[in-house]
Ligand binder design. Structure first.
Ligand code: PRP
Length: 180
């Protein structure tokens, strides 16, 4: 059994560092260009919704659905493509938007998949980053908030598909069942 623990990163810090901080850098780097933003569902839905409303260039939005965690807290290491994007990204400036880069296994899969479709540029933006957990040597071009190796939920991140709606990032602690 698990129960919600402390707030690890509050909503104000998420907005300031991940949403506004990264949007400002993206606005500068892509000024005058059209960007195809690809959200990686389900986790990226909240961050993408906040981020794209701060972008000032023309933006196309598409989604891809992949999964490697299932209902576990550890990645299976195998990425399943559940639903591909609908758009043709050849010659486009593509920005992958993730909630979290953890082992990097999902990002490696996505970068290889999209590179094979010949975009003009391909970059990655992630709200949260756990660099100490990397199994493959990849990083986000735009990384918001660095996290330690603790399991967290909220702001799109789930446990067994729950808690994504929480506005703050919260710890998920083991519940001993003892009364407090
Ligand atoms: C999460 C998260 C990333 C991925 C990161 O997705 O949204 O896509 O794991 O982990 P990695 O760097 O170890 O590959 P998940 O597979 O849990 O699916 P979800 O987005 O539906 O929660």
């Amino acid at each position: 059994m698990y129960k919600l623990g402390d707030v690890v990163v509050g909503r104000d810090e998420i907005r300031k560092k991940a949403v506004l901080g990264l949007a400002a850098r993206i606005n500068e780097d892509y000024a005058g260009k059209e960007v195809t933003v690809i959200g990686v569902l389900k986790g990226a839905m909240i961050f993408l919704s906040d981020l794209v409303r701060e972008l000032e260039m023309p933006v196309c939005i598409d989604f891809i659905v992949v999964s490697s965690y299932g209902v576990e807290t550890e990645t299976s290491g195998v990425v399943l493509l559940v639903k591909d994007i609908d758009s043709d990204i050849e010659g486009k400036h593509v920005l992958i938007v993730e909630d979290m880069i953890d082992t990097g296994v999902t990002l490696k899969y996505l970068k290889e998949l999209f590179e094979s479709r010949k975009p003009a540029t391909l970059k990655v933006c992630a709200a949260f980053d756990k660099p100490e957990r990397r199994k493959v040597d990849l990083s986000a071009d735009y990384a918001g908030i660095r996290l330690a190796d603790d399991f967290v939920v909220g702001y799109g991140l789930d446990f067994a598909n729950m808690y994504r709606n929480l506005p703050d990032l919260r710890a998920l602690a083991e519940d001993s069942g003892a009364k407090e």
